[in-house]
Design a protein around this ligand. Sequence first.
Ligand code: PGA
Length: 250
Amino acid sequence: MRKKIAAGNWKMNKTYDDAMGLATTIGNAKVPEDVTVILGVPYIYLKEINEITKENRGVYVSAQNVHQEESGAYTGEISAPMLKSIGIPYVIIGHSERREYNCETPEVLKKKVRIALDNNLDVIFCCGESLEVRKKNEHEIYVKNQIEKSIAGLSSEDMKKLTIAYEPIWAIGTGETATPAQAQAMHKAIRDYLKELFGEKIADETAILYGGSVKPSNAVEIFGQVDVDGGLVGGASMDPDSFLKIIHSF
Ligand code: PGA
């Protein structure tokens, strides 16, 4: 049985009081027993929100990024050992915004995945194609390539701590969602590729999330696809009513 996951990605949003309010609402909410809820929050709130969510079985906190080196002269960066030292369970790696605005290459992402796993963090690894790639009908090969370059060499043990988030860039923050059929087709392609890389058991056990304008009105249908195991949700995760509806959409 694969995990069902509703993950929120707050990105660079919420000042302190709003962040604590939202975390407290979700942290106190009743979550279905078979659903894992993850809140991807800004670094500076991680420790405090981790304390809040720890009270609730099934709700966890995640960093939105991590540096690829263990320590050193990297002003402004946060390392995997630092996240580990304050008990953070998850980290999002390879979000398309970081690939684009922070020039994160597949090679750098590979290092980030490695150091996160070495520090016992669970990884949500993001992949997804641009509209241009989709229009050329090259989306499957593009996403496979992202996976190949950053996670292909992982061990079975490593893969137990990795979740994939497929997020077509053209659907992120645009209000335009992939149709359930488009999501399913890509998730199936990803799972088939995982089978090639890691074998059937790992492929069957790895959760693959969909991201890109998930909201209460489309979550049930998207999460209902056989190879979709939940969502990575941006905008709608910052409204408690919307996110709670999404959490209950499995
Ligand atoms: P969105 O963002 O739900 O606002 O489209 C998703 C994401 O970037 O993870």
